[in-house]
Design a binder for this molecule. Structure first.
Ligand code: SAM
Length: 208
């Protein structure tokens, strides 16, 4: 019951954000018109390579995904907000290799597809209520092929230090994924109301 309520509340809150006028030209600090620097970095250092199939969790309005598709990868973006996916579909309808669907990544056995080379999460896991984390992890395990990559971009603030995130990641995913590297990053700064940025961490794992 508590799980259902948390899921519903989270979804409703994001839906109203994506419906709001603020979402027109999105003005949240984490939002990028084209692509986040940390996503670009994954192309530069070979974690994202042309020809790979990528699944993006909590893709929002799809700007990062459209850029990744433009680099020659095939990418499917999923978000539980219908308004976010409607924006993504409308804005990027003509981009080859790019598709979107409305999916709650914490729903058991959500989204059936061949496992992907890379699962990408920019800002979704840290939004998920702790009691739904295991469902998220079970899906991520199923969606990633053996030897495939998991790239997690998470907010670091207050108690959520890099070490705490490492612990959280290990608790949820450590049985199936091995941490390769992680780094402090600065997210956004492009559209924030006052150009503000967010302290974040990028955690890169390989499926065992
Ligand atoms: C901080 S935003 C990041 C959006 C996008 N990845 C970006 O970087 O611009 C988090 C996104 O995760 C989505 N989200 C949160 N919980 C989700 C869930 N359980 N299933 C699918 N999407 C979810 C929200 O609707 C929102 O679009």
């Amino acid at each position: 019951m508590q799980r259902m309520l948390r899921r519903w509340a989270g979804k409703r809150s994001w839906e109203s954000r994506w419906q709001s006028t603020k979402a027109e030209g999105a003005r949240w600090a984490w939002h990028v018109a084209e692509v986040g620097n940390e996503i670009r970095r994954n192309v530069e250092d070979g974690w994202l390579e042309p020809g790979m199939r990528v699944l993006s969790l909590g893709c929002g309005d799809g700007s990062n995904e459209a850029w990744v598709a433009g680099q020659g990868l095939t990418i499917h973006g999923m978000d539980f907000s219908k308004s976010a996916i409607a924006r993504a579909d409308k804005q990027y309808a003509d981009v080859p290799g790019l598709s979107f669907s409305v999916v709650d990544v914490t729903k058991p056995r959500a989204h059936h597809a061949e496992p992907y080379d890379v699962v990408l999460d920019r800002g979704c896991l840290h939004e998920i209520a702790p009691e739904l984390g295991r469902m998220y992890a079970a899906n991520v395990k199923r969606w990633t092929k053996p030897g495939g990559s998991l790239i997690l971009i998470m907010r670091l603030e207050g108690d959520a230090t890099g070490q705490r995130r490492l612990q959280q990641i290990d608790d949820l995913l450590g049985a199936d994924f091995k941490l390769v590297d992680w780094d402090n990053i600065t997210v956004g700064g492009e559209h924030g109301e006052h150009g503000e940025t967010i302290d974040g961490g990028m955690f890169r794992l390989k499926k065992r």
